[in-house]
Design a protein around this ligand. Sequence first.
Ligand code: AMP
Length: 378
Amino acid sequence: MLILVVNAGSSSLKYQVRDTAAPEAEQVLTVGLIENIGTDIPDHDAALEIMAAKLEEVLDGRELEAVGHRVVHGGEEFTQPVLLNDAVTAHIEELSSLAPLHNPANVKGIRAAFHKWPHLPQVAVFDTAFHATMPEHAWRYAIPEELYKQYGIRRYGFHGTSHEYVTHVGAELLGIPVDEFNAVVAHLGNGASATAVKGGKSIDTSMGYTPLAGLIMGTRSGDIDPSVLTTILQRDESIDAARLDTILNKESGLLALAGSNDMRKVVEAAQAGDERAQLALDMTAYRVASYIGAYNVAVGGAQAIIFTAGIGENSGDFRKLVLDRLGALGVKYNAEENMVRSPEPRVISTEDSAVKVLVIPTNEEKAIAEATEALATK
Ligand code: AMP
């Protein structure tokens, strides 16, 4: 099936066309990115027209058969991919208060695609959905219940499509049925999260109500004592809630600690003797290792630790910093194998390691295309 996968942001639109019937290596027909929506390009409809013109050249007479949309927030309602119609799209729009930066843009992308291809089945795949299986003791916050009831304040978790995809690839790689597979997944990209997977399902994850919680990220602080926020708001009149939000989401993390949110640069600087960069790496790796330890308990003993996304897949230097802290779990890895870069899923632990360590390239677009095909052909 020829499927267009769309990831609509507020000012950009990423897309990929995949042929799910083609051999693995030939599934991607084209990838693209349209930027400056809202400035150079007036709106998402105009961006879609530009994309459609480019697709026409590439597809050479072949017709798209379905569209899959990445949607950030499915709230408590959408726990599975869903076939889109006007009512479902409106429902996704209503969840905008939970993801004010992302859901409105996702909805614009969906409406523009319906406008352009009204006859095609379209599917939404949610970043939160994989975490819908978390038990209440993991998703509730210890705050007054009205805040949960009134505003939906609870842990949702994100990167679900990626966590789910690499969980399935990992189980297959080890020859374990996925519903018997216990793992800790570390999705380490510019955004980063860890997930506790038990029996192939998410039972806890480090991101929370928003993608700010948990690990130290490229520009996000990750976990922080909430009193820090009230203290700053009370003491510094030049900082209001919106500014604080920007500081924590865009000016913190590796960027604040080491002057760059690019892991490659931070590693290079540390190797050249920059102490700030080394501290940033130690803090970031320590936080990842601590979550892996906690989630190893949560899943009752992990069979595997999975590294994925930009840093997790590519930075042997960073994986080493994490893995060297996991001796107490009986983790042993092959130092040479750890430094190899490869597009293939692989095992980097030694035979006698108590827990397998896997490096698995994520592929959210493939997962979205497959979910889209499954619903579009139903
Ligand atoms: P993502 O958000 O998954 O695209 O990941 C982005 C992050 O991956 C950035 O911090 C990059 O610096 C990092 N990254 C990509 N390639 C490498 C590499 N070869 N070594 C270290 N970090 C990398």
